[in-house]
Design a binder for this molecule. Structure first.
Ligand code: PGA
Length: 258
């Protein structure tokens, strides 16, 4: 089964509406579209709606960075998945910054996955162990728990819309600047597919895209994309520069050609 590559920019809490619009404009002008690569940007919630009017979704798709799992109600300050329906194609769920700074636990993450699918958005589920869990030899268990709690109540059909981002917390630029070795990433990607196979069987596991995130840059992305079973990258800091992000997409194309 051919899995389309997936390269996403997580712009985090950067860029106001005007800046995000300029970024999109510059990126669209620079980017060469490739049929085999899906390019996605995740701007702030305030920018996503105006950008949805400017964007050519055949070239670049939009992802939201967060939403609340109830469709409507008295939840001051929240924006629901249903409000993003038709605006965002994807949504990042379970990012370590949300798990750590906003105390999002696995049960909330599972509800968000359901809400995204209910509202026709593809969840980009982030999973990853922290440095202590890794040192103590618990990395695989942590990943398996995160996957099982977030994904075990879905239909096979729903599973086809899931993208899993393996993002070891210690390799994300926010929390440290350690570089994950491609060999380690490969082991964890294999573990993720093993767990999906356990839950849904091999056919589903082969259809789910698994990408890598954590200090990905133009000069190291090829080493991750060359990993068998790695279907793309979730890029934070390096995506803020549209030229650098464009190079990452180009590098993905080069790896596919080689
Ligand atoms: P980084 O962020 O590329 O800056 O490490 C990745 C992420 O947080 O998704």
């Amino acid at each position: 089964m051919i899995r389309k590559k997936f390269i996403a920019a997580n712009l985090k809490m950067h860029f106001d509406v005007a800046e995000a619009s300029t970024y999109l404009h510059n990126l669209s002008k620079t980017l060469t579209s490739h049929r085999e690569i899906e390019v996605v940007i995740a701007p702030s919630l305030v920018a996503i709606q105006p950008l949805s009017r400017e964007i050519d979704v055949r070239k670049i798709k939009l992802a939201a960075q967060n939403a609340y799992f109830e469709d409507e109600g008295a939840y001051t300050g929240e924006v629901s998945f249903s409000m993003l329906k038709g605006i965002a194609s994807y949504i990042i769920i379970g990012h370590s910054e949300r798990r750590i700074y906003f105390h999002e636990e696995n049960d909330v993450i599972a509800k968000k996955v359901k809400a995204a699918l209910r509202n026709r958005m593809g969840p980009i589920l982030c999973v990853g162990e922290n440095i202590t869990e890794r040192r103590d030899g618990h990395a695989k268990r942590v990943i398996n728990d995160q996957i099982t709690s977030a994904l075990s109540h879905l239909t096979e059909e729903e599973m086809h819309n899931i993208v899993i981002a393996y993002e070891p917390v210690w390799a994300i630029s926010t929390f440290g600047n350690e570089q994950a070795m491609p060999d380690d990433v490969e082991k964890m990607i294999n573990e993720i597919r093993k767990q999906i196979t356990y839950l849904y069987g091999e056919k589903v596991a082969e259809s789910v895209r698994v990408i890598y995130g954590g200090s990905v840059k133009a000069d190291n992305v090829a080493s991750y994309l060359a990993i068998p079973g790695c279907d793309g990258a979730l890029v934070g800091g390096a995506s803020l520069n549209y030229l650098e992000f464009n190079k990452i997409v180009q590098s993905c194309f080069n790896v596919m050609q080689s």
